[in-house]
Design a protein around this ligand. Structure first.
Ligand code: HEM
Length: 525
């Protein structure tokens, strides 16, 4: 026998033996071996990927996790090294606050290729440092003081677009309109410029393809964290022929570096280094934000170390903001709009309430006035509840802490996940969960407090959404402009087919045969 075939045989046998040992180890000797769950899930990480890519419509693993809980109980081993817990009351233990160290699961953190951004940072300590200035830029007070004017302008613009549809009697695509609205608004507030997608539904739908492309490859990206960083080292042009939306996704990544560099230079040229030294903490940076018109200005002005202010690093923050903030808000808006349009009494009540603060339909309203409207608030919360747009497991690791769930002791260093957005469908807290019922948020204080305890559309704790105030301000402004100024009728929109989510890779998606939300503007007030 020559050396080459012998070497191949040796490699094949070694690989097979190694895989066999892995399976035996995972089933019998792994620290999670005694946790309940299907053997296949305990054996290989690829089970999740295969379920997501090939079962049903794809994106089936989340439904499988639900089925595992039905069969095995509230704690289940869902991959070789991860347990998933379904118990709304336990979320505050996993997503714990000060005094508890939680790293992020790297397969979730790195999937978008932004290991240096807040979302993509695994380490607890580095994450805290990075999150502070971004979170401050989108804080409740910063949204009210610095960003709401721009948010309102974009909603006004959406209103103008709808007025034109009314004039022409044309059918409106909810997806193109709301994605254009949220993307323009987020870009305007974060980067001081927008792509004007609201004016160009075709361009808006090209961005929809980008989100779809990301979702389509997400199950593979979760297994192969190196993929996007590797693709970014290659020329983008060939990707245009292989899969155009992926090329667009990579282009957004690359353009973000140029934008970060441009804004950093712009900020430094207008502000002396002496001023910057004076910025001792993030709250000071926020107070100073008269001169910080973009997220990159704020990051440049922050007290982060210089290495964290490299354009390549800041670009990861910018990319994450776009990825995390535009599709989510657009989807929630679509869900809210559908349910309000489909329920005449709800539509009427919302319209009447809005009239109290906008006697003239063209009135401009301050954020705090909108926040004081109980029915608008109830519609917003119910839309976030029923939408559960980020329908994926948020997995963390407590590196030094043993976690206890009932009689189960979870060793330190284990990946532990929950799906906080699914709490919203727990019948113990939300009776008749599939019903869109804003009135549930108008019950007694105790009843609302019980719901609020487990209501986590933005997840919870330090890894929870840092754009939640921004998103809610956008949704309030958007709903106010829509339902104070116009009346609508749905056009061939079926809830089960076009609105409700039936599968999810990272965001919940309606049936693939769905046509999306379509409506007509029947009246301008
Ligand atoms: C209705 C709209 C939104 C929903 C439902 C939502 C939901 C969430 C959820 C559930 C998470 C937890 C992470 C995870 O599950 O993977 C998250 C994280 C995040 N969101 Fe949002 N989000 C929304 C809008 C926004 C907006 C407008 C922005 C930007 C301004 C944003 C920026 C982020 C960032 C950067 C993170 C990562 C935070 C961290 O890791 O520390 N989100 N969001």
């Amino acid at each position: 026998m020559t050396v080459a075939p012998f070497l191949v045989l040796w490699l094949v046998v070694s690989f097979v033996l190694y895989q066999a040992w892995l399976v035996i180890h995972r089933l019998f000797f792994h620290p999670l071996a005694r946790f309940p769950g299907p053997k296949l899930a305990a054996t290989t990480f690829w089970w999740e990927c295969i379920q997501d890519l090939f079962a049903g419509q794809g994106g089936e693993f989340m439904n499988q996790v639900e089925a595992m809980h039905d069969r095995y109980g509230p704690i289940v081993r869902v991959t070789p090294d991860e347990v998933h817990i379904k118990d709304p009351e336990w979320a505050t233990v996993l997503y714990a606050g000060p005094g508890h160290i939680r790293d992020k699961d790297s397969s979730l953190a790195h999937a978008a290729g932004t290991a240096d951004g807040t979302f993509g940072t695994v380490s607890h300590d580095i994450h805290r440092r990075r999150r502070a200035p971004v979170s401050s830029y989108f804080s409740k007070s910063s949204v009210a003081k610095h960003l709401f004017d721009k948010i309102w302008q974009r909603s006004e613009h959406m209103s103008d677009v709808l007025r034109e549809h009314h004039r022409r009697g044309s059918v409106v695509s909810g997806r193109a309109t709301f994605l254009g609205w949220s993307n323009d608004s987020l870009r305007m507030c974060s980067f001081g410029e927008s792509l004007d997608l609201l004016d160009d539904p075709v361009k808006a739908m090209a961005f929809d393809d980008v989100f779809k492309a990301f979702a389509a490859v997400y199950p593979i990206l979760k297994q192969c964290e190196w993929m996007i960083p590797f693709a970014l080292q290659l020329p983008i042009a060939p990707f245009r022929y292989i899969y155009k939306p992926l090329a667009t996704l990579l282009t957004v990544h690359v353009n973000m570096i140029d934008l970060a560099e441009q804004h950093r230079k712009e900020y430094l040229s207008k502000n002396s280094p002496l001023d910057n030294q004076d910025l001792k903490d993030e709250s000071e940076a926020t107070q100073n934000s008269q001169r910080q018109h973009t997220l990159f200005h704020a990051l440049t002005a922050s007290s982060l170390p210089e290495d964290e202010k490299r354009p390549e690093r800041m670009a990861h923050e910018g990319f994450e903001i776009l990825l995390a903030g535009s599709d989510t808000t657009a989807r929630t808006m679509g869900i809210a709009a559908y349910h309000v349009m489909a329920n005449a009494p709800i539509k009427q009540e919302l319209h009447e309430e809005l009239k109290t603060v906008m006697p003239d339909p063209e009135d401009i309203v301050e954020l705090k006035v909108l926040e004081g409207l109980p029915f608008l608030n109830a519609v917003l919360k119910e839309s976030l509840r029923i939408g559960k747009v980020t329908d994926h497991r948020l997995s963390l690791v407590a590196p030094y802490e043993t976690l206890q769930y009932k009689e189960w002791t979870i060793p330190a260093g284990t990946r532990v996940s929950m799906t906080p957005t699914r709490n919203s469908y727990d019948e113990d807290y939300f009776p008749d969960p599939y019903k869109f019922a804003p009135e549930r948020w108008l019950q007694s204080e105790d009843q609302v407090a019980a719901m609020n305890r487990v209501f986590m559309p933005f997840a919870h704790g330090r890894r929870g959404c840092l754009g939640m105030h921004f998103a809610q301000a956008e949704l309030r402004a958007g709903l106010a402009c829509l339902f104070r100024r116009y009346d609508f009728e749905l056009v061939d929109t079926v809830r089960e087919r076009d609105i409700d989510h039936s599968w999810a890779h990272i965001a919940g998606e309606p049936d693939k045969k769905g046509k999306g939300l379509r409506f007509r503007v029947t009246r301008a007030y």
